[in-house]
Design a protein around this ligand. Structure first.
Ligand code: CTP
Ligand code: MG
Length: 559
């Protein structure tokens, strides 16, 4: 069996790029065509979905011998890919070449008999390997090597960054260290596929599709798993073909689309809670603007949000994927800025009034559209390049975008990542959020249509504000932090690479320094000191004035 996991195409592979030099090499042309034959977004999703349907997830004891395990499993068919990881125990993701192998494997599985409890006899593709072998963890060539699902610790990342030569390299290094791996994405698709088995009991043709950062190429290790239940294929086609007769299903009716979505999610949520092994802490949040079921998938440690009827959000994931494929600088900037925001508490994994990662990404896209020459096209330009097969209208929203990236011609922009990062901070440190709205469809700022603190027009549902949740104090924190970071850049010193001193302590410079709380803290502390000094001066003046009113007291106090 072929046991290595093959890298999929799709996510632009990282290679260290010197943008200014690369651009000089083609300096005779003002524009560059996006010529790489990249697979389309939907083709990549289909491939991954298909792989997941042919895969199983197996909990293995720590002393598992890899060779024996693979030989045992491959009795049921050719194993195309596999990998191991560790969360609450060691797990193996095994992808067979054919789906028939799963049926064969399942025929050999038993339902466990429990001593003091009873089991729900739902036969999922989440399995446990039992072994009669005793002994310690395997070592040597047959030992299991676990793939890492979590991001590096803050200290480890800072260390890695400080060892780079330039700020550009630091930003590329940060992206490499934090982005989702192929294995992680495969596991995410597998979790969707396992949940589909539950929903398919009611809707056999349904698909559960991941969207958001799992698929938009901006996912960071540890990000949540956004999914939606796609019932589109369930609706069926008219088969009358001129006979004059046709049949349709009798159906239950609901008061509105939203009502039907809430009922379906409520039932599926209940089934996930009762039948689906590994899914814990199921919460139904059905009154949200976008009703959802939230839970934790323990074997993968993923925080999951299941929605239904959410095809527009899938389109915005595709849009970000397209932008990410056009110019790799976008991804490097987004990863750096998201990390910077998280390190300073500007974003948070809990819902609240803070800026979300999605909003931050939109801010970066908009900023790159504003460069001269523009580094990214507007969404309207992507729409205008679309062919007839790209046409897409969802619930009255025009979501048409070009999918053939070779039709896109980019203007030539040679800005380095360091320059872009610095000017991002300057741009948003002085952006007029009070008056202006961010509009990536037109690539221009617009007058704000409503009074929210921050307004970013939703690219496809144009009446909606992506950052409606952000309140003015969170916006202020973001703007202040941008100003401070711009100030740090302008002072230049922090950006100079410093090598390790004799004490062997790695000095923090560049992006590493921008991420340290101490940098902004020191700015804050300096401001505070200045304020305190002013206050003390004011107090002294006040007391002198007071004493002038009563000369006798002034003499007593020695003024
Ligand atoms: N979305 C949206 N409007 C919002 C919030 C979210 O259209 N106000 C859509 C976007 O397509 C987004 C997806 O829902 O990508 C998932 O939202 P969320 O999980 O908040 O963002 P992610 O992009 O997945 O980023 P993160 O890594 O923080 O999960
Ligand atoms: Mg998400």
């Amino acid at each position: 069996p072929r046991c290595e996991l093959q890298a999929q195409t799709g996510l632009s592979r990282l290679h260290r790029t010197d943008f200014a030099t690369a651009a000089q090499a083609v300096s005779n042309t003002e524009q560059t065509a996006v010529s790489d034959a990249k697979e389309s977004f939907s083709l990549i999703q289909e491939k991954r979905h298909d792989q997941a349907e042919r895969s199983v997830l197996i909990n293995c004891p720590p002393n598992t011998n890899k060779k024996k395990f693979l030989a045992y499993i491959s009795k049921h068919g050719d194993i195309r890919n596999h990998f191991f990881y560790e969360t609450y125990g060691i797990y193996a993701v095994v992808e067979f070449s054919s789906r028939d192998s799963i049926s064969s494997l399942k025929e050999n599985c038993t339902i466990p008999s429990l001593q003091h409890e009873a089991s729900v006899p739902f036969k999922s593709r989440l399995l446990t390997l039992s072994s009669t072998a005793t002994g310690k963890k395997q070592t040597g060539p047959n030992a299991i090597k676990c793939h890492n699902l979590t991001p590096p610790s803050f200290d480890k990342l800072i260390n890695q960054l400080s060892k780079q030569e330039t700020v550009d390299q630091q930003m590329q290094c940060l992206t490499e260290a934090c982005q989702l791996t192929e294995e992680n994405i495969s596991l995410r698709f597998l979790v969707c596929s396992l949940l589909r088995d539950i929903a398919a009991a009611y809707f056999p043709d349904c698909i559960i599709r991941p969207f958001g950062s799992t698929v938009n190429s901006f996912g960071k290790l540890g990000c949540d798993l956004d999914m939606f239940l796609d019932l589109d294929a369930v609706s069926g086609h008219d088969q009358s073909k001129g006979s004059g007769l046709s049949l349709e299903y009798q159906v239950k009716r609901g008061a509105s689309e939203r009502n039907v979505t809430q009922s379906i999610l409520s039932v599926i949520g209940e089934c996930v809670d009762v039948f689906s092994p590994g899914c814990v802490g199921v919460q139904k949040i059905l009154n949200a603007r976008c009703p959802l079921v939230r839970f934790s998938h323990q074997p993968s440690s993923f925080r999951c949000d299941l929605t239904a009827n959410n095809r527009v959000a899938m389109k915005s994931s595709e849009m970000l994927f397209i932008y990410g494929s056009l110019d790799e600088r976008l991804r490097f900037l987004v990863f750096t800025i998201r990390y910077w925001a998280r390190a300073h508490g500007i974003t948070n994994s809990f819902p609240g009034a803070w800026i979300t990662n999605f909003s931050l990404t939109m801010l970066v896209v908009f900023f790159l559209q504003q460069r001269t020459p523009a580094l990214l096209p507007t969404l309207n330009q992507l729409r205008d390049l679309a062919g007839p097969s790209d046409k897409c209208v969802i619930e009255g929203n025009d979501c048409t975008m070009v999918t053939d990236l070779s039709k896109i011609t980019l203007q030539q922009n040679t800005d380095t990542l360091e320059k872009l990062l610095q000017e991002f901070f300057e741009f948003y440190g002085s952006f007029d959020f009070g008056k202006s709205s961010i509009n990536i469809r037109k690539g221009r700022e617009q007058n704000k249509p409503e009074t929210s603190a921050m307004h970013i027009q939703n690219p496809f549902e144009t009446d909606l504000n992506v950052s409606r949740n952000v309140n003015s104090s969170q916006l202020q924190r973001f703007v202040t932090l941008c100003k401070e970071s711009a100030w740090i850049f302008q002072n230049g010193d922090v950006l100079k690479r410093r090598s390790a001193s004799s004490s062997n302590k790695i000095p923090q410079w560049g992006v590493a320094a921008l991420l340290m709380p101490s940098v902004t803290k020191s700015v804050e502390a300096r401001e505070k000191r200045k304020r305190r000094k002013n206050e003390r001066t004011a107090e002294r003046i006040m007391s002198v004035l007071q004493s002038l009113k009563s000369p006798a007291e002034a003499v007593l106090l020695g003024c």
